[in-house]
Design a protein around this ligand. Structure first.
Ligand code: GLA
Length: 727
């Protein structure tokens, strides 16, 4: 049993194999958080400190006991107006405009299996196999009729605990939810570091670690989507935690819209960490009987450093978030037309590209942007999802047939959430775009965002995608989204504060329907590269184009940051041409392939421009990828260096049975002696001897682990090494 209850002390404990999470219903009915950390059988209420502290609110029920204050006690779901002046999870305004909602415990239940959420992505369990359980705790406020069901899911063997919350109106009058959080973690201690993952277009998810200070460190996205600027993930760590040692706690949002994540030290040196919906432009009325779900947060704890924390998250995302037939399959090696031709292609050129690709061992051609409407640049035609037969020289069905005939599968790009002003769709339905009446809309890449909070728009978008997919065997769809939302204004909504949340429900509805109708279709998420790289999208699309930056050196940093929360099987990565079109940098073809093998692997360059030596090399790369793919997709991943602060980027995959390992290293900047670095490997079987299948050299595991694998000191900037060790 993962969830146990001590009815006498009113303590509920959730156990995973290596962690425990504990809470207590106290004498006033408040749900007090006691502990999250290393697995323990102890009752942790001794961590609570009661003291008379000035200017801290005391609930009326506490009478003359001034030592009881929610301003200092750790809580599971702090709400506003209770005398806790820290960041609340829930802000509710009643129909008279009154704020405040004092939530007390009503009931709880323990359910076998993992809960799911209506209309929203969530971690799922393999029924019966992983001992998953759900804890549901109901809190209520009698005055307003606010009922909050806190949901806790546990995958004990993966050390994963999830949280979500459902707010329901059980009263007689409408109230408005002005802030809705999903997970809160209070610690009675301080002294932590915080890691967040910041970035921008073409440079996403760079890890940043700093000591947590007094006040609140807030990250988030007010862009309607999870964003390039901050990934919806954060990690709290002990100051001395490393990859291999120390405590760390993570939160990761299973949601692709705006978010707000907070961590900070309070006045008493205690720590609060929380994650939930962005509250700007959010004001969600609930009529009697209605409910609203706070999306899920995946939490994990590791007492053995960041490496194991990532392993929990990788396994969770790979096997309990990603779904569908492609979840466990090695994805086809593809050639994408974008960096090969941008908008400048014809059907014949794509057929020619397919022929060349086939001769190299590539398995799928993806026709990127530019195939529809009058789209020869990015000023027009989004929304007009009918093939430009003049440009293609034939129908889409015929083009797919010709490409299949060359021996390649066919994939296509689409950006269904968007509309260009210069499009038939916009001319017919200008009110389908999010825009404020009487104001000129904000443009982004010269396009507007469709109003997916409206049912008729959702249906129309869904049907337009089906029309394309029904024209032939389309085996892959790249789902793009190339701007942020600026105006959360729907022409049909009465309550504009619902629009951004309802948009996400609309988006997920389309993706769910597509997954049901086309179970063999592989969908790759994308948002100008990695602008919506989150566990929410991964529920529908088992891989996401990681970044528009395909420069191998930059990509390694991006993939390094991404690896903290997401497995390699989720990371779309391609080899592109040099000098790189974004950075101007030239890196050896070999290194570009080593970087792309940090993900799903493919190509995105003009194949006709390759020399015959390069073509031979690509054939070898693809053969290598097939040799390593199982290890990359399902091996345990170790970060061997921190490339943000280190001139070498090195990582390792080890098979579950430890009989095989793949080690990759790239010299980012040689300096005087950087390439002479020794990489201390991890996860190998002690007291055994591995053979490098590439060179035949034998290595003792203990030497590799204790002393390290010595990189040749002849390597220079951009050079790479790969070792394929087998027992
Ligand atoms: C975005 C994507 C690219 C490409 C272009 C096409 O930027 O991230 O990979 O598909 O759009 O316009």
């Amino acid at each position: 049993m993962a969830i146990t209850v001590d009815s006498l002390k009113k303590v509920i404990t959730i156990h995973t194999d290596h962690s425990s999470y504990q809470m207590q219903i106290d004498r006033f009915g408040y749900l007090i958080h006691l502990y999250y950390g290393q697995r323990t059988a102890e009752l942790m209420d001794h961590l609570l400190v009661y003291a008379d502290r000035g200017f801290s609110g005391n609930p009326y029920d506490a009478g003359r006991d001034r030592t009881y204050s929610l301003d200092s006690l750790p809580q599971e779901y702090p709400s506003q107006g209770t005398g806790d002046y820290r960041s609340p999870m829930l802000v509710v305004k009643d129909s008279h405009g009154t704020y405040g909602c004092d939530l007390r415990y009503r009931s709880h239940e323990i359910i076998r299996g993992k809960y799911s959420l209506d209309g929203l992505p969530a971690v799922y369990s393999d029924s019966g196999r992983d001992d998953a359980e759900t804890l549901r705790i109901v809190l209520e406020n009698k005055r307003t009729g606010v009922e909050v069901s806190l949901l806790y899911g546990v995958l004990p063997h993966l050390d994963i605990i999830t949280r979500a919350a459902v707010v329901a109106n059980r009263g007689d009058e409408t109230f408005t939810v002005e802030r809705l959080g999903s997970a809160n973690l209070d610690f009675t201690a301080g002294g932590f570091d915080l890691m967040t993952f910041y970035g921008r277009h073409a440079m996403e998810r760079i890890p940043e670690r700093r000591p947590l200070a007094h006040g609140e460190t807030v990250i988030g996205s007010r862009r309607g989507f999870s964003s390039h600027q901050f990934n919806p993930m954060m990690i709290l760590l002990d100051r001395d935690t490393t990859e291999t040692e120390g405590n760390c706690w993570s939160m990761q949002f299973v949601y692709s819209g705006g978010f707000r994540a907070v961590a900070g030290l309070d006045q008493y040196g205690q720590t609060r960490m929380q994650m939930g919906l962005a509250d700007e432009k959010f004001s969600y009325p609930l009529k009697p009987g209605e409910s609203l779900t706070a999306p899920e947060v995946i939490m994990s704890f590791s007492g053995a450093g960041l490496g194991p924390l990532s392993h929990h998250l990788h396994q969770c995302i790979r096997r309990h978030v990603c779904r569908g037939r492609h979840r466990d399959r090695i994805r086809p090696v593809l050639i994408n037309s974008w960096e090969a031709c941008f908008f400048d292609f014809t059907g014949d050129m794509l057929v020619e590209l397919s022929r060349e690709a086939r001769s190299l061992g590539i398995e799928m051609l993806v026709m990127d942007d530019g195939w529809f409407g009058a789209r020869n640049d990015d000023y027009r035609s989004l929304g007009d999802w009918y093939p430009n037969e003049d440009k293609l020289g034939c129908s889409l069905g015929e083009l797919i047939r010709r490409i299949n005939q060359e021996g390649l599968k066919f994939g296509i790009w689409i950006e269904p959430e968007m509309v260009s002003e210069d499009s038939d769709l916009y001319r017919a339905h200008p009110d389908w775009a999010l825009a404020i009446p009487g104001e000129k809309p904000v443009r982004g890449r010269y396009q507007l965002v469709l109003d997916l909070s409206r049912r008729e728009v959702v249906d129309a978008v869904y049907e337009s995608i089906c029309r394309i997919l029904d024209q032939g065997p389309v085996e892959y769809l790249k789902w793009d989204c190339n701007r942020s939302v600026a105006e959360a204004y729907s022409h049909s909504a009465q309550d504009q504060g619902r629009v951004l949340y309802d948009y996400m429900l609309g988006l997920y509805d389309i993706l769910e329907r597509l997954n049901q109708r086309y179970p063999e279709l592989l969908i790759e998420g994308c948002s100008g590269g990695g602008g919506r790289f989150d566990a929410g999208m991964l529920y529908y699309t088992p891989q996401i184009w990681c970044s528009d930056n395909t420069d191998a050196v930059d990509r390694l940093l991006i993939q390094y940051g991404t690896s903290f929360g997401y497995p390699a099987s989720a990371i779309g990565a391609h080899v592109s041409a040099c000098p790189n079109y974004l950075t101007g940098r030239t890196t050896p073809l070999r290194t570009r392939a080593v970087a792309a093998m940090g993900g799903t692997f493919g190509y995105e360059l003009r194949l006709s421009a390759l020399t015959s030596a390069e073509r031979d090399e690509i054939r070898r790369q693809i053969a290598d990828f097939h040799r390593y793919a199982d290890l990359i997709y399902s091996g345990t991943y170790y970060r061997l260096t921190d490339p943000v602060h280190n001139p070498v980027c090195a990582w390792e995959y080890v098979s579950e049975d430890k009989t095989e390992a793949l080690i990759c290293a790239v010299i980012l900047e040689r300096g005087d002696s950087s390439s002479a670095a020794a990489l201390r490997l991890r996860g190998l079987r002690p007291e055994s001897v591995y053979t490098d299948m590439i060179t035949g050299v034998k290595y003792e595991a203990d030497v590799l682990t204790d002393n390290g694998l010595q990189l040749p000191d002849t390597l220079t900037d951009g050079d790479s090494m790969v070792y394929h060790l087998k027992l």
